[in-house]
Write a protein that binds this ligand. Structure first.
Ligand code: ADP
Ligand code: MG
Length: 499
């Protein structure tokens, strides 16, 4: 019989009228990776944020090793033996790597009232060595490192003190395969030490592979706790959605001919050290996929087409001869772009849903007389938020309050409102649960049938295979093969061209 580490008892939390967590009770054991799954907005982050002191507890209890805990902040949580790796960036700019690792716990390095910087750096470098992250230097500014390296620093920060519980909230979607492997190694170590990982991810194969136990939530309510060995992916989907996931997940057609009409030509596009001499055409009504390893240059292609890549050479030309060299021209000519880094590059977090949706359409809405009425703006925002079924209280709510899937819906609502003809979607379903994913796939299928053209850049090979008329594989900044839509494509075929 495994020993109980954490008892969650009658836990509740509301935001306004939203009951984010409703009377949730279950147990988590020592020495296990306990996955928490559920659709976007089902309350996973709210629950773990209460455990880790990020949110205050609404009502109910957390009992850790027999003793009630209610940390008021993350530092207090750490002292109770609880830590978290958050979904967003969890390191602070303007500090060094070492200062980030020991944030809030600098006391141990203070002697006679003086902080011993050398000792902090020494200890941090020791840890980075131990973890095998030798390329990261304790004394360097955290800002010198990319998102992935900063996540590695967070792994050290959250685990070096052998906490009893480490929460990992949707971290893996932001990581490359290598970064994931690092994380898995440490999850395994934590569990072997008899400690506990609460693992939140939307990747069901990953959940089944890496966790011992799975708790399912739906709309803030506890549904069930199951052993990973006893369930299939389909079982989990059913438990999450509360019904069979019916209808086609990806688009169902095969063998449809794509129009010969070219809507966008990319010629000899290069970006120093990132892209080399890339040329291709996008056709009317086509979904063109780009796949590759995360550093293959595929994400840069999206930026280059949207005019967001400043040191680009070569040409990006529309059918009417217009050259796209900057973002305003791209938007004016009906090109839409959603970034892989949704929170920083696609969304304006501290503005309302309404403002985010109307943003690129303001000129159109103002019309000839250059007048914007509030009613016109709110009607427009409401219409497209409803069309995308954004789960919200109203359009005045801040985007920062929404779950990942709903943020993505707001981004898409913006471009559907703008009636864009060419959509460049970089990782459109990243970190999004199956129900919203299915909605997005259906939307893409409808758009293509309305002669919209889509470039889909993705690290998820199955969705490229399922959705695209054609898939271009990138490697080391160059095109490395092209595969037409076919029932016979499989992931291994794509991978063989990626590496
Ligand atoms: P999950 O992590 O499962 O995607 P969340 O716990 O983030 O879900 O969200 C649960 C619900 O609570 C959602 O409806 C979300 O919009 C709402 N919510 C979460 N955080 C806040 C907040 N800070 N303010 C207002 N509403 C919030
Ligand atoms: Mg969440």
């Amino acid at each position: 019989m495994s020993e109980i580490r954490l008892q969650v008892q009658n836990l509740c939390k509301s935001f306004g009228i939203t009951k984010a967590v409703q009377n949730v009770s279950f147990n988590i054991n020592k020495g296990e990776v306990h996955a928490l799954i559920g659709e976007n907005g089902s309350g996973k982050s709210t629950l773990t944020n209460m455990l880790t002191g990020i949110y205050t507890i609404g009502s109910g209890k957390f009992i850790l090793d027999g003793k009630e805990v209610h940390p008021k902040n993350q530092v207090e949580a750490n002292l109770e033996g609880i830590s978290i790796i958050v979904q967003e960036l969890g390191t602070l700019s303007g500090l060094t790597v070492a200062e980030n690792i020991f944030l809030g716990h600098e006391d141990q390095f203070v002697k006679h009232g003086i902080k011993n910087r050398e000792a902090i750096n020494r200890k941090a470098n020791e840890l980075l060595q131990q973890y095998g992250f030798k390329h990261i230097k304790a004394e360097h500014q955290i800002d010198e490192y990319n998102f992935e390296d900063r996540k590695l620093v967070e792994i050290v920060k959250a685990t070096y003190f052998h906490p009893k519980i480490v929460v990992i909230d949707e971290t893996t979607t932001a990581l490359s395969q290598e970064g994931r492997e690092e994380l898995y190694k440490h999850m395994d170590r934590i569990r072997k030490e008899g400690n506990t990982v609460i693992f939140i991810s939307h990747d069901l194969p990953e959940i089944l592979d890496k966790s011992d136990t799975i708790t399912i939530m739906r709309d803030g309510v506890y549904i069930d706790t199951v052993k990973s060995a006893d369930v299939t992916e389909d079982d989990l989907k059913r438990l999450m959605v509360g019904r069979e996931v019916t209808g086609d997940y990806y688009r169902p057609d095969y063998g449809e001919k794509v129009s010969d009409e070219v809507v966008l030509s990319v010629r000899n596009v290069s970006v120093p050290n990132v892209l080399e001499d890339v040329s291709f055409d996008l056709h009317k009504g086509e979904i063109l996929g780009f796949g590759g390893l995360s550093e293959s240059g595929m994400h840069e292609i999206g930026k280059a087409i949207f005019g967001a890549s400043y040191d680009r050479t070569g040409t990006v030309t529309l059918a009417d001869g217009t050259e796209i060299n900057d973002i305003p021209t791209a938007i004016k000519h009906s090109i839409a772009y959603t970034s892989k880094d949704r929170d920083n590059e696609s969304i304006i977090m501290n503005q309302s849903i309404g403002d985010n949706i109307t943003l690129p359409s303001l000129d159109d809405l103002a019309g000839k007389c250059k007048l914007l009425s509030d009613k016109k703006l709110s009607d427009f925002a409401n219409k497209f938020a409803a069309q995308m079924s954004v789960k919200m209280q109203n359009i005045d709510q801040f985007v920062s309050d929404l779950s990942g899937g709903n943020k993505q819906k707001v981004v898409l609502a913006r471009w559907i409102g703008k009636d864009s003809d060419i959509l460049v979607l970089d990782s459109p379903t990243r970190g999004i649960d199956i129900k919203v994913k299915q909605d997005i796939y259906q939307l893409m299928d409808t758009m293509r049938k309305h002669n919209k053209s889509i470039i889909m850049i993705s690290e998820e090979l199955m969705e490229l295979i399922g959705m695209c008329d054609r898939i271009i594989i990138m490697k080391d900044g160059k095109l490395n093969g092209e595969l037409p839509r076919s029932r016979d494509l499989d992931e291994n075929l794509l991978i063989s061209k990626m590496v």
